[in-house]
Design a protein around this ligand. Structure first.
Ligand SMILES: NC(=O)c1ccc[n+]([C@@H]2O[C@H](COP(=O)([O-])OP(=O)(O)OC[C@H]3O[C@@H](n4cnc5c(N)ncnc54)[C@H](O)[C@@H]3O)[C@@H](O)[C@H]2O)c1
Length: 317
């Protein structure tokens, strides 16, 4: 018996890449699945049903509150309940900040932050009504963040800002809903998908092994087992943020106060100029000791993005 037997799950962005693998894995673990995407969601639902598990597809823009509410309503109408929401939908893209248009910034915030906010708000509304009616709630939301925001990718300030906000929302709403029986966690994945195919450095790193029997660590299916565990009643955690890919799961430790400067009298600018550099140097030394596992890749990615931008020259306004 799978870990999600009897549970009902929504997966957004389920038509492609990592989301498709999440939908398949949750179904394999016993969940009934609502696969949502902008278009083509029926395909993954058909595939899951062919494997003997219940699933429906729902084409919807989950960044729009009314459409997200319709997806939650479809889950409840079709399967009688909702226990799991996987906020996976997202849009990629890169642009140096100095060349960013308002439309590009807004599209990324909508495509990566609102896509997590609207379904979460709709699902939480349903769970609150359930709790008010005296029915016990044991629900789990797993949202998708990114190292692009939590660590910082050059050329992705819009995408990174949205993905860092997804992590912040997860941590805060997890605290707000402690008493309701709703857990929220976030996963920052890394996998070979249409979205990650835009930069040659990344494409080379994520290339599938030549030997079809070798472990394919960058296959998007390698992110899904963690999501399935976070979705299960066996998982006790809420408010955590993880990095996940094949062969590596790591806990993000978030923004935390490190080395500090104290004073028992009002600051002077001269004090700060004299004493703060040693504190910052100590913080940098400690940060270098715990460099995240993808740091080398991120450094090479930054170099290639900066080189491309330098070759292109300043964009004409
Ligand atoms: N691939 C990676 O290495 C990587 C790294 C970090 C984060 N992520 C995140 O993982 C998630 C999945 O990405 P992927 O790599 O599988 O990309 P992908 O492009 O293959 O899949 C994203 C899916 O989301 C759907 N989508 C986008 N906006 C939507 C909306 N408003 N409503 C409904 N569906 C919508 C798209 O149609 C697409 O099917 C995204 O949130 C992405 O930002 C991916």
């Amino acid at each position: 018996m799978g870990m999600l037997e009897g549970r009902v799950a929504i997966v957004t962005g389920a038509g492609s890449g990592i989301g498709r693998e999440h939908a398949r894995r949750l179904a394999a673990e016993g969940a009934s699945v609502v696969a949502c995407d902008l278009r083509g969601s029926a395909n993954v639902a058909t595939e899951i049903r062919a494997g003997g598990r219940p699933a429906i597809g729902m084409d919807a823009n989950c960044a729009v509150w009314a459409e997200a509410e319709a997806v939650v309503a479809a889950a409840v109408d079709t399967f009688g309940a909702l226990h799991i929401l996987v906020n996976n939908a997202g849009v990629g893209g890169g642009r140096m900040f100095a060349e960013m248009s308002e439309a590009e910034w807004e599209a990324s915030i909508t495509g990566n932050l609102r896509t997590a906010v609207a379904p979460t708000r709709a699902a939480v509304g349903y769970w609150r009504t359930e709790a008010q009616a005296g029915r016990p709630v044991k629900a789990s939301v797993i949202s998708t963040s990114s190292g692009a925001g939590l660590v910082g990718n050059v050329g992705q300030s819009h995408y990174g800002a949205a993905k860092a906000a997804v992590a912040a929302m997860t941590v805060i709403v997890a605290k707000e809903l402690e008493g309701l029986g709703v857990r929220l966690n976030a996963v920052a994945p890394a996998a070979r998908t249409p979205m990650s195919s835009g930069n040659p450095v990344v494409v080379e790193m994520m290339r599938a092994p030549d030997d079809p029997d070798a472990f394919d660590a960058w296959h998007p299916r390698e992110v899904s087992p963690l999501v399935a565990y976070l979705a299960s009643e066996a998982c006790p955690w809420s408010g955590k943020v993880f990095h996940a890919r094949g062969g590596l799961i790591a806990c993000f430790q978030g923004w935390s106060l490190g080395p500090s400067l104290t004073s028992d009298r009002p600051w002077t600018t001269a004090d700060i100029a004299e004493r703060l550099p040693a504190v910052v140097a100590e913080a940098e030394r400690l940060a270098a000791q715990s460099a995240p596992p993808n740091d080398e890749m991120r450094r090479r990615l930054a170099e290639s993005v900066l080189a491309r931008a330098a070759a292109a020259g300043p964009a004409k306004q």
